[in-house]
Design a protein around this ligand. Structure first.
Ligand SMILES: [Zn+2]
Length: 123
């Protein structure tokens, strides 16, 4: 009963949107194979989800392959900052509003551009 309870705590988590990001895996970036399962939570606040590929056994952070990987500013703030940029706010202005270094904004915009390229290529 105990084990069942533990599992049901995470049973609502939808991992179907994730793909394997291991280039050597035969399910690399293949969608809808059902090979990605919930692994655990980690990070400073235990708020970063890790998923595991059942084919190659590799674990990934939910942020891997996204803009938010290794970005300490967080998902919400990143999105807000990108929104400001896309609405025509300057790099300097965005940095001042969000109280971050302008290099942080530059690297976020660069990562955003790279991510768009990757998404476009996949189509
Ligand atoms: Zn895999």
């Amino acid at each position: 009963m105990g084990a069942q309870k533990r599992n049901s705590k995470y049973s609502h988590i939808d991992t179907s949107k994730f793909v394997c990001l291991n280039k050597d895996c035969k399910a690399y970036i293949v969608e809808g194979k059902g090979n990605i399962v919930f692994a655990h939570y980690d990070g400073k606040n235990k708020d970063i989800m890790y998923v595991r590929c059942t084919i190659c056994g590799r674990k990934f952070s939910e942020n891997k392959g996204t803009l938010f990987y290794h970005k300490k500013i967080g998902r919400k703030k990143s999105m807000q900052m990108l929104h400001c940029i896309s609405e025509g706010m300057g790099i300097q202005a965005t940095a001042r509003v969000f109280g971050v270094n302008k290099n942080t904004v530059v690297s976020l915009v660069k990562a955003g551009g790279k991510h768009c390229e990757m998404v476009e290529k996949k189509r």
